[in-house]
Design a binder for this molecule. Sequence first.
Ligand SMILES: [Zn+2]
Length: 289
Amino acid sequence: MSRSVFHAVQPDTGRATLDAGRADVPAFALTFDDGPDLVPIERWLKALEDKGARGTFFFTGEWLDRHPRLARRIIARGHELAHHSYHHRRMGEIEDQALFLEEIRLAEIAYQEATGRPAPAFFRFPYLHYRERNLQWLSGIGYVAVGGFDSGDWAGIDAESIAANVAPALESGIVVVHHCNDIARGTPGALPVILDAAAERGLKAVVVSDMLRALSRHPGYRSWRLSITVPADGPDLPAEDWRPAGAPEEARLRTDRNAARHAPARADVPPPRLAYRMDPGDEQLRKRP
Ligand SMILES: [Zn+2]
């Protein structure tokens, strides 16, 4: 089989990258990028847990903003969660350092808001796309970019093909790049085969932070001081409560000419969110002097 250009099973030392862990420790890491919107994440979690394994999930800040409860569930179940930039852009194309670091910062804030925890100072580049200058910028904030061995599951191939790509490559220190998104539906089905093959070789599935610690590169965490200001715009009604008014509401509005008396006492509190449509007849009636 062909090996990805990203793969090199040699422990990294000083650089801001981790492509593989220690070759003398019988451990490997299963990692999962992106975050699904349609396919239940439970499929990945269960496939790992059925074999007693832990995974590392690299999810975008956008996903973390959309699914904070799922983010907390991943951590509560004993897996590791880190980010994958905020927008999933090709980070190597960002020439401006401040803009590049803003992508990281936004993802960290989304992580912290979703999980209540500081974000780990390691992540995975979208498309594993980066340039040397990006690594220098990451070094400046104590960051590690995690690479690994490409499982090929991003192409939407079936479970057998994914297992056939990964199982022969399993060895101490390997970091396998899988996906946990709506395309890589074959991945959960491949995990039992991969984990059985790893167990036969005496390899234990560990999370990325364990791998970093084994290399004496203790992962840092970055935390932001967040304060959320809730605007003083009256009761915060959930969006589900919004609905266009039907005939009963309109009838009530027509008959209850005292409705205006129920106006809020304070000018800065808006009227209740009752969406209604006034028919043209009523509008003309109102305009009459
Ligand atoms: Zn990705």
